[in-house]
Design a protein around this ligand. Structure first.
Ligand code: NAG
Length: 161
């Protein structure tokens, strides 16, 4: 009886948590970027690596999970596909592109989805946060990130299947 109560309690918490609005769901393909080269350069990425990263096509797909409050974000590229299944506000272990382990937390607040990455072995130095918003016409997913005072925006166009 107590266990059922506990389960119902946690279900209620997830349902009450501000959910990600429907307009964020879909498949979005990279279209253009602002300040991406400066951003990568500020992170110490060398010239040749920057050219490859800038040319790489990336598709992001955000979908609802199978139970309330669960979501899936996929990062699809020629190099690797990364898939995160998550609950808002619940940290989980995820792998980044270079196979390093991160603790990742997604939140939704003030119309913005936030993806926070912290390195297990060094949470201070390699922390990264991606901010996602939708354009007013809901046709573009906008990803914003800042490093060393350099803010970069990447625009992903909604794909229709
Ligand atoms: C998504 O893919 C792009 C292109 O390969 C890569 O630069 C980026 O780091 C990836 N993001 C994540 C969170 O894996």
């Amino acid at each position: 009886m107590r266990a059922i109560g506990l389960v119902l309690f946690f279900c209620a918490v997830y349902i009450m948590a501000d959910p990600i609005p429907d307009r964020f769901f879909g498949r979005f393909k990279i279209d253009r970027s602002e300040n991406f080269d400066e951003f990568l350069s500020g992170k110490g990425v060398g010239f040749f690596a920057r050219q490859i990263i800038k040319l790489a096509s990336v598709t992001k797909e955000l979908t609802k999970g199978s139970y309330p409050g669960s979501y899936t974000l996929e990062n699809l590229s020629w190099k690797k596909n990364v898939r995160y299944d998550f609950l808002l506000g619940e940290p989980f272990s995820g792998e980044a592109l270079d196979s390093t382990e991160f603790e990742i937390t997604f939140t939704f607040e003030d119309g913005e989805v936030t993806e926070h990455h912290a390195r297990h072995d060094n949470p201070d130095i390699t922390t990264e946060t991606y901010h996602y918003t939708m354009s007013a016409d809901n046709k573009e997913l906008i990803m914003k990130m800042t490093n060393n005072g350099i803010t970069c925006k990447r625009y992903f166009k909604r794909q229709h299947s």
